[in-house]
Design a protein around this ligand. Sequence first.
Ligand code: SF4
Length: 461
Amino acid sequence: MTLLRHTFDEIKPRKALTVNSAKTCQPVGAMYAALGIHRCLPHSHGSQGCCSYHRSALTRHYKEPVMAATSSFTEGASVFGGQANLLKGIETIFQVYDPDVVAVHTTCLSETIGDDIPQIVSKCNDKGFIPEGKLVIHCNTPSYVGSHVTGFANMVTGMVKYLSTSTETEATRYNVIPGWVEPSDMRELKRLMGVLGLDTILFPDTSDVLDCELDGERDFYPDGGTTIEDLRATGDSAATFALGAWASKPAGEELESKCGVPTKHLDLPIGLRATDRFIDAVRTTAGIEVPTELTKERGRLVDVMSDMHQYLHGKRVALVGDPDQLVALSEFCADLDMRPVYIVSGTPGKAFEHDVLERLEERIPEVKIANGANADMFLLHQWIKQEPVDMIIGNTYCKYICRDENIPLIRHGFPILDRVGHSLFPTVGYMGAMRLLEKILDAVMTKQDLESDEEKVELVM
Ligand code: SF4
């Protein structure tokens, strides 16, 4: 019996119904971004249930304990507002948990009530609840609009609004806003900038926060995260590279308008061409040469692409996940000579279809693209039932469709609840593209091994 046996292939128009959404709620992203600040405790201004969900969503994906505080709304706060809860919460957090920063995000309920967070924080200051040298920042994350990606972008923009400062110091550093990527990707972006010889501020930075070593010690605040000093210094940098139009562009724009730091808006560097564009933008902006180490990495990727191309040629692939990832992934799949035919993201945004089509350069005329509230896993499954694909690249929720349709799943994106590796091995840059390519090839070739007629099983492939 199939798990999704009620999915039918006939697509009927629907406006007010989402079935198995391809996104999650805003505060999950805000909490993830806040964890990328050194010694920061995220604070969820809403009910305990919201906070528990957001923490568990992140804990299950990153396989690390995620700490966060909550305003613990009950019926009283729902009627009279959550000011008293937040005041008490901030006072207690600094007394008991001693973070350097508390990053408050709102929830559906506190947004509907209309709680004014800056006013409550200023009251905290008046009452002396925020110790000298400590900070409270905030962003609004009403979850009835946008998605987890919007929440991430809002918190990163909040970091700029509260902290970035221009002091007229000589600009010698470069900002990288990595977007919602894995801790491993953030580590890889820092490595790439290091190989290019540039002093970089990456923010937020969840490496060494959500991919920590097991050393027998238990630190409430891990070593990683962008420091407050560095967040302030982003206003003095020579340029910003904002990776991903959905997750990073708003913060890049805010930084440019607040501190005058010129910003290059780029795709996430996933795949050959997007990485080329990233490296080239850094090269031209900083006026540097690309070192041989990177040229060789690129060359190895191109070598594997051309060696193994025959296994991927014409393979139909469905992509589901977050828009910044999908824009770059669709281009990479087409560059591998695959056919990205279905592309689905639950995150709204008018530019999505345009951006994907632009990267595909009319190479995939049959592509179907959907995003927003009605772009869900049910629609994706219906498309696959109408005309099958050879694989899906997406998060863990795709496994039900893959099981029903007997197609491989290459896990990528958020959340991945049933495997490890995503937070440890990057998929950005040339090395990341090689890992992605290896995973795609492994899935395709394993299926061929298992399903070929006996006389056609090849030892050497
Ligand atoms: S959608 Fe709204 S109510 Fe539900 S968990 Fe997210 S913030 Fe809370």
